[in-house]
Design a protein around this ligand. Structure first.
Ligand code: FPP
Length: 251
């Protein structure tokens, strides 16, 4: 069979994913919701491997949203434990494979042991360059915008900046993951067609792809379908198609 994603097709530098559908996957099998999250970890592993193989530079996964605290306490506890266990089990292998781990979100709310693991994983893998795996944990797009606004206000209060100095570039530099390219491709699994307070600012020009596949069933073939769809899209960033054609011809 021919490669569904030939090397010549434009490849997104940054893919950001909302991993939805763990609960439904479990319910269909008459299993507890937590079994769906466990199966979700296997899909995380497959996705990281496949993205690295395809040459994606940054993969961001929405592991726990600011709103997920509203779930039953037992489910929240399982998600915390899974996150910690996965970091413990996978960090060394990710490091061997040249993958940098980066966590974005308000980590202060996590148990101290988990905060410690996160820091350790980030420190160990800091210099890796093959791919960056960003885990959005206790993350919310509105939280991110507010924390950036606060950081800028602090700098104005301290006399480092004037309010007129604040433009889109400076604002973006204070968002979580500011050192990373903005996502080119957003994928949401599980059939819902929403952004659900994920990377609100950063998704402004991102191509959106919604998949019916439930997260635990997400695999290389479905990721390749999303990449192929991305390769077919024309990203105009406010320009017309004719302008883009001219740019292609004359560089
Ligand atoms: C959404 O499914 C999934 C989550 C809220 C958590 C995602 C977590 C994992 C895949 C495991 C841990 C991740 C890492 C990076 C270690 P849902 O429960 O909302 O599904 P439903 O919509 O079918 O109920």
């Amino acid at each position: 069979m021919s490669d569904p994603h030939p090397q010549t097709a434009p490849l997104p530098r940054h893919v950001a994913i909302i991993m939805d559908g763990n609960g439904r996957w479990a319910r269909r099998r008459k299993l507890p919701r937590t079994a769906g999250h466990q199966a979700g970890v296997a899909a995380v592993r497959r996705t990281v491997e496949h993205c690295a193989k395809r040459g994606i530079e940054v993969l961001t996964l929405f592991a726990f949203s600011s709103e997920n605290w509203r779930r039953p306490p037992e489910e929240v506890a399982v998600l915390m434990r899974l996150f910690q266990l996965t970091l413990e089990r996978e960090t060394a292998k990710l490091h061997e494979n040249g993958i940098r781990i980066r966590v974005i979100g308000d980590r202060c709310a996590f148990p101290p042991e988990l905060q410690h693991r996160i820091l350790e994983a980030e420190r160990l893998t800091f210099a890796n360059r093959r791919m960056t795996l960003v885990i959005a944990a206790n993350y919310g797009g509105r939280w991110d915008i507010v924390q950036a606004a606060r950081a800028l206000a602090r700098r104005v209060e301290q006399g480092e900046l004037k309010s007129q100095d604040i433009d889109e570039t400076l604002f973006a530099a204070h968002l979580a993951g500011a050192e990373l390219p903005e996502p080119d491709l957003f994928i949401r699994t599980g059939g819902e067609v929403r952004i659900s307070n994920f990377l609100l600012w950063q998704l402004a020009y991102t191509e959106l792809y919604f998949s019916e596949v439930l997260w635990p069933d997400f695999d290389a073939a479905e990721l390749d379908r999303a990449l192929a769809e991305y390769a077919r899209r024309e990203r105009r960033f406010g320009h017309t198609s004719e302008q883009l054609e001219l740019k292609k011809s004359y560089g």
